[in-house]
Design a protein around this ligand. Structure first.
Ligand SMILES: Nc1ncnc2c1ncn2[C@@H]1O[C@H](COP(=O)(O)OP(=O)(O)O)[C@@H](O)[C@H]1O
Ligand SMILES: [Mg+2]
Length: 423
């Protein structure tokens, strides 16, 4: 089969690595890819949001299956455009991707199926939103969420009424995130441990992957600004089979059923962001695609053929499929550019990649990199994902950090505490 992979981050490098291992893979293209993906696929300089160009490319190159990494093209309707051209796409339709594209829509579906989640209200008007805050959250923390796509910048966990009123001002009046803040969700703050539960679904069945815990803040001890993700690990000692079953039966399966019933069946990866409080999972959000960096720990564990699973997903045959995962432990540490998630420099040479490629139980997935004259240079905020495997989390962690110590670029920063608290 001829596969087109859309995206160019660490998630897509991990997907490319896994797709390449499939006996079904005759050709692999990536749009736009990165320096790591280029070692596995033919990279073409088409940005993920250029939907007509992607469809044209897929048609002209007889692509049999498109695998989409990032959310933006899905929310914008890439799967629909491909379907019109009769090209199978692993990833939900525009209507189904609203589960990520609109936080208000996601909350409405959760409410409809009684999926446990924080009590909430939706506002289109800043005065009404602020009146609600003064009435309900005078002395209670709350969370304010921009409804639309905000690239991880649209959520404000507010300790005080003042913070909450400011967040409404920023989103709705100043339009600090543009269109995304025209509508907001105000919800109660939950407490507990977060967990990412990614499931494959063909619109009916759901196949869960091992739960992952990620690190969003830039600095150790969960300080500093939010980022795209600074690391993650699996397995989670607190993710019991009962907890996963509860999340599937109370959240994932009812939502999949509801999406089918409203005529917008959900196909692809349904990623539930959960907050677990005393063994009860609550839904924070849904994402409509593989996580980044969660995928970088899941693909190394996946023993089943990814193309087979993707085909079963798009053909509605997941009930016949199984997804086998190794019971080993994996830790991913993200190496970021100095200054990230704020301003940072690019074009800096990276040293040590050759040495670490020899290490056992270590995988390197590139994020923001490019090749120039045989050298690998930094080209983004998150630069590399260093993945360590082991029979235990402590082994996996040692393997990851041993490799991290051999990689260098000017300004490089990373968190030294990924998976530390569980050990
Ligand atoms: N109701 C809530 N209670 C406590 N923390 C929350 C709540 N909703 C979101 N958060 C925090 O904010 C982060 C981002 O929110 P999320 O809904 O995942 O949006 P996004 O990933 O699109 O920014 C979550 O990972 C969590 O740490
Ligand atoms: Mg999130």
């Amino acid at each position: 089969m001829r596969i087109l992979l859309v995206g160019g981050g660490g998630r897509e490098h991990a997907l490319a690595w896994k797709l390449r291992q499939s006996s079904y893979c005759d050709a692999l293209f990536a749009a736009p890819g990165n320096a790591g993906i280029a070692q596995l696929a033919d990279c073409v300089p088409i940005p993920p949001k250029a939907i007509p160009d992607l469809v044209d490319f897929a048609r002209q190159n007889a692509v049999d299956l498109v695998v989409v990494g990032p959310e933006s093209p899905l929310i914008a309707g890439l799967a629909d455009a491909l379907q019109e051209a009769n090209i199978p796409c692993f990833g939900p339709s525009r209507a189904a991707a609203q589960l990520e594209g609109s936080k208000a829509f996601a909350k409405q579906i959760m409410a409809q199926v009684n999926a446990p989640t924080a009590p909430f209200a939706v506002f289109d008007d800043p005065d009404a939103a602020q009146a609600h805050l003064r009435e309900r959250f005078l002395e209670r923390p709350c969370v304010i969420k921009a409804d639309g796509e905000a690239l991880g910048k649209g959520v404000f966990v507010c300790e005080t009424l003042g913070d909450a009123l400011d967040a409404v001002e920023f989103l709705m009046v100043e339009r600090g995130l543009g269109e995304a803040g025209g509508r907001i969700v105000i919800e109660e703050r939950l407490y507990g441990r977060e967990m990412s539960l990614l499931c494959l679904t063909d619109g009916q069945s759901a196949l869960p992957m091992p739960p992952v815990r990620d690190y969003k803040r830039a600095l150790e001890g969960d300080r500093g600004p939010n980022t795209g993700g600074m690391g993650c690990y699996t397995p989670l000692p607190d993710a019991t089979p009962e907890l996963i079953e509860t999340a599937l039966s109370q959240i994932v399966r009812p939502v999949i059923r509801a999406m089918a019933q409203r005529g917008t069946p959900y196909q692809g990866v349904l990623y539930a962001g959960l907050m677990v409080q005393e063994s009860q999972p609550y839904t924070l959000e849904f994402n409509c695609r593989f996580g980044d960096p969660e995928t970088q720990v899941l693909m190394p564990l996946l023993e089943s053929d990814l193309i087979e699973l993707a085909l079963a997903t798009v053909e509605g045959k997941l009930h016949e499929a199984s997804a086998r995962f190794s019971p080993r432990a994996v830790v991913c540490v993200v190496l970021a550019s100095g200054g990230y998630p704020h301003e940072y420099r690019t074009g800096l040479p990276i040293d040590g990649l050759e040495q670490v490629s020899q290490l056992p139980d270590v995988l390197i997935f590139h994020a923001g990199t490019r090749a120039e004259n045989g050298r690998i240079l930094t080209a983004g905020g998150r630069v590399l994902n260093v993945v360590g495997l082991g029979d235990t989390l402590s082994q996996a962690r040692e393997n990851a950090y041993r490799a991290v110590e051999q990689i260098r670029f000017e300004g490089m920063h990373y968190r030294g505490d990924v998976a530390q608290s569980v050990l």
